[in-house]
Design a protein around this ligand. Sequence first.
Ligand SMILES: [Zn+2]
Length: 613
Amino acid sequence: MYLYEIGEAPTIPDRCKTPKACPTVQNRVAFEQVNGVAIYNLRGAAVTVNNVEQGLKDALAGFVRDAQALVFGPSGLVLERLLWMGAYNCRCISGTDKLSGHAFGRAIDIGGWAFRGGTGPIQNVIYERLVKQGEWNPLFRVGACLHLNFQQVLFWVHNGHRDHFHAEIGRPAPKAYWRFIDMALGRALGELLVGLGWRRSEGAYAPPSSGSRALINARVAALQEFAKRLPSWAHDLFNKRFGRPLRQEAGDLSKLLLLTLARGGFQPAPQLAPNNAEPSPTISNRPAAPPLPPPVRPAASPPGPPILPSGKCPDSPFQWAQATLPKMLRWWNDQDLRRGKVAQVPVGSTLREMTPKVFPGAPAEAIAGFCANGAVTENTTECRPSALPGAACRSQKFHEIGLFGTEAGLRNGPAPNPNPDAEYNSWGKLASHPLVRQLLGGRSASMEHNRWKTQIPDQVAVGLVNIRRHGATVAANLDPSIRPNANTSSIFFVACCFMGWSAGDGRAAKRLNSFKDILARVPEEKRWSAFLRALAEGITVGRIDLRGLRKHQSVAYSALRTWQKLAAGQLLAGRTGGDVKWFDAGLGGDEASIAEIITCAGDMARRPARQVV
Ligand SMILES: [Zn+2]
């Protein structure tokens, strides 16, 4: 046995081809935690990292600080544990006869991480939840933090590193470093790189391989191009992190890229090809996106161009809201389009009159946002002449009528079905409800076939009572610790109404209950935003797996549909001078990134199931 550490019992020879001795570790330390983050193994047991250099501990502490500040903290997460997959080990690098950084006590293998309040044992996050699932964004962000603190970081593209980061001090590995930077640039700039002399290579981009001068030039040009596109806070971030201003050279520009990447401050460019050998982003994350636009008045002003960036996936809450704004503004002014002409239809005035009687404290604009999903004379079972053979209107099982899409019986019966107890017949059940009668000045809503098309008060009265009933059923099925007060019309209760209508009451309650531990910790008025935030985080770190789920099977889809309606109401309230504050989800600067995560995840549930290879 020829492999041993001087001063210690001989160790089992490992991976080396010729005899050698491992040197005594200099400045050796042992630790169980760094900066309050404990070290754990795969079985969930606490680990003492032994016989490593003080410098390794310092670098790990720097990594923990950066990851908390740049990656996790902005999403409200607190890093609590790191998954250790080995540190000191007297051995050679696999397939070589060269001592590994582990043999000097200068390397640590990190397999994952866990947050405060997380449940269950620490898991093999990097492989099981990220690499295997193609969740590249968190890997790039955490990888960037490691590169900011260690001289050598090996990651999932390197042999034997599919499931962990190898982080080492004292031995720079420029090839691995630049490979990471190149991949990040490819994600950020995409096809733009081709104009800078980069090649398309196996579904990714590579700088020129001929001549080191051309290689360096192409990288510097790409980094400068990237730096031009950075959010304004990126340079401050650099100053704060390194205590000096940025220099326009490759080393600093690459550090700037790492910092920005870690903070989630860029938007991945569209990828060029399917079957990417290199990772393609599935979710982008832009915490530093701009807040909602300031309110614009008066209501009569024409809709401007979209104000928020369009994002990567279609129908984000803000895009959806923008698209429906012209219709909502017409309604607000008691107008509607009939065959392209403006007609007087009392939508806005009826909403303003009735909403406070059903949802006291909630702005009527919120309800207009809900109605933006429908139309005054729409019945989801009636097709336009132009509808395609596979259109939903041809197979929709039951009538959903008018502004509120109120269920009105099976499609082959009249709308509404005259039998109040007929299936899917909320209209029939509620037409004579005491509150509906009160709203309609003592009369019941019309039960005559298609009469609702011209009876706006009937639509609004039945619709309001119906969605409130959905919300009350959702609330009754929620865990008592998160149950909203159905009499106060918080945004959380209104969201329960919207989600119950679209996802089904039982399903909506189930979705929200699965977040009860998080939601119970915040007051009711913050519960909707806490839900969105926790959902986005769960998706980002791979805790929530939505693959293969269709429509409302996916909590992201349900959340997105509800958020679209609330965002539409908020946008309208900004135009009408309404109570914008009621809508404020309290997501702050993270709103756009959370919206994008949920939009992209929700959008997946809209598409046909695809084989995941
Ligand atoms: Zn290693």
